[in-house]
Design a binder for this molecule. Structure first.
Ligand SMILES: Nc1nc2c(c(=O)[nH]1)N[C@H]1C(S)=C(S)[C@@H](COP(=O)(O)OP(=O)(O)OC[C@H]3O[C@@H](n4cnc5c(=O)[nH]c(N)nc54)[C@H](O)[C@@H]3O)O[C@H]1N2
Ligand SMILES: Nc1nc2c(c(=O)[nH]1)N[C@H]1C(S)=C(S)[C@@H](COP(=O)(O)OP(=O)(O)OC[C@H]3O[C@@H](n4cnc5c(=O)[nH]c(N)nc54)[C@H](O)[C@@H]3O)O[C@H]1N2
Ligand code: SF4
Ligand SMILES: [Mo]
Length: 694
């Protein structure tokens, strides 16, 4: 059966064949994004289908313990809990937390369930922690947010690619097949696998202090303007607002950038020349951003600074050139289009737009004024749980915030303070273990649906094996609850293609218009890019070729100012930054259950320069305590002489005492409400002289 990998937004194409110890075996399939490649997570994904602790029966907590029960009872308990909470606290006393890994149909129906069956405004999702800064910056520059507004394969024609805060060598390995000929300029405080690759191939690695990228971008802009490498004709014809941005960049001469970021004057000039001179000579230039620059309390401004650079170079909308962000989760693109975000309705419509409300309300068969307004964003929602003003009940579909949310110990406390926590999952995640009701659901190879990959291209997920007995789909769960809440059953279809048809109608005329991407077209093997307004439309692989999505058709330069990151101090002299490693995925709920992946990365670690480690009395293999103002975690020391001496790195895939998010700071970006997930002042301490390695 032809389908796609369950994990990241590259959505590598696979063929599943029934058989083998996990029920299916996986083989890569040729597709323009992965070109027959898979990373080791994709190869081993079937193991999660047969996880020894796979959830197969609903669980309800009684006398302090989660106990198996029937679906009827479990759904009754949830419905009663919802009614109780809403009786005490009104519609907003129930919150919903979704995920960017859910299919388009699940994300859409979850949003509809929240707005119609619960009538709550308290709905947001884990993509707030992922794509929100990139989305906000893309919206204000281009009037529309599609992560890559061009096919990934276009990168094959690039001469120079700037990768700012992205490490695809570990996070999307098959993507590298598109970057074999380009000169790479990588901006990362670490010598990541991608940065090392760039250096090995004669490209460049700029290694700024974490959280200072905005100054790097301003410095690059400065040189591009002063050397006359900007694309004057493009800027005049296709953009607005260059003057203010140019003036701001004028103050960021390379020596100042070096003082603030640690990136040397020579390196900055060489990087600007690589981009600017190539542009001038007609070469293919791309600027791509990843979570390293976006997941900060100034992530929107920093992403805007890189977009300003791309606009000055005339990249967006020009053939063979472009700006894009690399979307993260499997359906991180579709997940932000169909209305599981606090301020959004399907079709990437705004919930405060009267015309959008009227359109969606009509599709849903409800009065427009019955739809709630915008609610709290992800961290604000989690932070409010169980407080007098916040929700008393929460339903979680497709996220594990006990591990992945900032200030995780506090979030765990808030979740524990709820009257009712309901988690739908495939395995007993750390969040499910806290729940009052756990609902076992189907996963990728057991279900049909659609996913929208990092290019904005809609793909079919196909069922290859039946789910285990006793497991229901998320769609069936939502219908079961909706009926108990007095909704007509037909308002909550359980057939994915039926939900998808409704989603298309709800998206019609919106920004992310799926109307013409019919299920039958997808089934016939087309993988169409939105917008696609009708059934004869070929879809839109390349956007902005004629005009941008603002009413005047012009892109916007957005003036942004550098703000220094949270300062280190004598007590917390180092910066910790947090990201990913190849063999684990996200909160690890899935990949920590795959023996081969756990053998490769069994527990957490802290990457640190050997001199920095020595100063703290630590050596390679020692167990360290990493202490921040908010909390502490423990990790095995991995020394690496390529690290900056002021910076350490931790992955966030591990639970309990090993959670990197015990450290992180929930300060929020003023525009996107993205928390400061990538940076936090810390110190290292030896942990009782223990060593974990031989
Ligand atoms: N193996 C694996 N692959 C994944 C995932 C996974 O969990 N595991 N998750 C998927 C998801 S949801 C996402 S969002 C993507 C994320 O994909 P990426 O954005 O590539 O991943 P990260 O490791 O979060 O961050 C990238 C780099 O940012 C750097 N960085 C940290 N702080 C800064 C900074 O201040 N400035 C700059 N310039 N760089 C900084 C880190 O050192 C890291 O190398 O990966 C997807 N793919
Ligand atoms: N400090 C720090 N924190 C971070 C990040 C960082 O870089 N630094 N990255 C952030 C980013 S980019 C992201 S995307 C988040 C991700 O963090 P999480 O939201 O925790 O992501 P996952 O671990 O993928 O959680 C998905 C959960 O849903 C379950 N699941 C899978 N498929 C389905 C389904 O179809 N239905 C249902 N109901 N459940 C399903 C899985 O088993 C798993 O328990 O973490 C964020 N947290
Ligand atoms: S790169 Fe992403 S989609 Fe491809 S196999 Fe790895 S995890 Fe799956
Ligand atoms: Mo993500």
């Amino acid at each position: 059966m032809d389908t796609h990998c369950p994990y990241c937004a590259l959505q590598c194409a696979t063929t599943l064949t029934p058989g083998g110890p996990s029920g299916v075996t996986v083989a890569p399939r040729d597709f323009p994004t992965n070109r027959g490649g898979l990373c080791r997570k994709g190869w081993t994904a079937p193991a999660v289908l047969a996880a020894p602790d796979r959830l197969t029966t609903p669980l309800v907590r009684s006398a302090g313990e989660l106990r198996p029960t029937s679906w009827e009872h479990a759904l009754d308990v949830v419905a009663r809990g919802i009614a109780d909470a809403q009786q005490k606290g009104g519609a907003d006393a129930v919150g919903v937390f979704g995920g960017g890994g859910l299919t388009n149909e699940k994300a859409y129906l979850l949003g509809k369930f929240a707005r119609v069956a619960l009538g709550t405004s308290q709905l947001d999702y884990n993509g707030r922690f992922c794509m929100s800064s990139a989305a906000a910056a893309g919206l204000r520059a281009f009037g529309l947010d599609r992560g890559l507004p061009f096919p990934l394969a276009d990168l094959g024609g690039a001469d120079v690619v700037l990768l700012a805060g992205a490490n695809p060598a570990e996070t999307m390995p098959p993507l590298l097949a598109h970057l074999t000929t380009a000169q790479l300029v990588v901006v990362d405080p670490r010598r990541s696998a991608t940065a090392q690759l760039a250096v090995d191939r004669g490209g460049m690695h700029l290694q700024p202090a974490p959280g200072t990228d905005l100054a790097v971008a301003l410095g690059l802009l400065h040189v591009v303007f002063t050397e006359g490498w900007w694309d004057r004709d493009y800027v005049l014809e296709r953009t607005r607002g260059v003057e203010e941005v140019r003036q701001a960049a004028a103050a960021w001469w390379p020596e100042r950038v070096e003082r603030v970021t640690g990136v040397g004057v020579g390196d900055l000039r060489r990087a600007a020349a690589a981009l600017g001179a190539a542009r001038r000579d007609g070469a293919g230039v791309y600027v791509l951003t990843g979570r390293g620059v976006e997941q900060h309390a100034n992530g929107t401004a920093t992403t805007s600074a890189f977009i300003n650079l791309a606009l000055a170079l005339g990249l967006p909308g020009n053939p063979g050139r472009g700006y894009g962000c690399l979307t993260g989760q499997g359906n991180g693109q579709g997940g932000r289009e169909h209305g599981q975000k606090s301020d959004q309705l399907p079709g990437y419509r705004r919930i405060d737009d009267p015309a959008a409300r009227a359109h969606v309300a009509e599709v849903w068969g409800v009065p427009a004024d019955s739809l709630p307004g915008p609610g709290r964003t992800a961290y604000e929602l989690l932070d409010a749980l169980g407080t007098p003003a916040g929700p008393r009940a929460l339903l979680v579909f497709g996220s594990n915030p006990v591990v992945s949310a900032p200030r995780a110990a506090h979030v765990e406390e808030r979740l524990s303070a709820l009257d009712l926590l309901v988690v739908a999952d495939v395995v007993p995640s750390e969040t499910a273990r806290l729940a009052d009701v756990v609902l076992p659901v189907t996963q990728w190879a057991e279900e049909d649906g659609t996913m929208t990959n990092l290019e904005g291209r809609v793909l079919r997920r196909r069922r290859a094996v039946p789910p285990p007995d006793g497991v229901r789909s998320d769609l069936e769960v939502l219908r079961g609850l909706a009926e108990r809440l007095g909704q007509p059953a037909e308002r909550f279809p359980t057939d994915p293609s039926e939900v998808y048809d409704e989603l298309r109608a709800a998206s019609a005329g919106g920004v992310a218009d799926y109307r013409g991407i019919e299920w039958a077209r997808l089934d016939a093997g087309e993988a169409l890019y939105w917008p696609c307004p009708d059934r004869t439309h070929p879809g839109t692989p390349r956007m902005f070729t004629e005009r941008f999505a603002h009413p005047d058709g012009l892109a916007r330069f957005v003036p942004v100012e550098f703000t220094p990151p949270d300062a280190t101090s004598a007590d917390y002299p180092l910066y910790a930054t947090v990201g990913r490693t190849l063999a684990q995925y996200q909160s690890g709920a899935q990949t920590r259950r795959v023996p081969e992946l756990t053998a490769a990365e069994p527990g957490t670690y802290v990457e640190v320069h050997p001199d920095t480690a020595a100063l703290a009395g630590l050596a390679d293999g020692d167990l360290a305590r990493v202490v921040a103002r908010n909390g502490a975690t423990r990790a095995t020391v991995r020394t690496d002489a390529r690290m900056r001496q002021d910076t350490v790195f931790l992955p966030f895939h591990f639970p309990g005492e090993e959670r990197a998010n015990l450290l992180t700071d929930p300060r929020l970006d003023p525009v996107s409400r993205m928390p400061e997930l990538k940076l936090c002042p810390v110190r290292l301490e030896p942990l009782a002289g223990e060593r974990t390695t031989s």
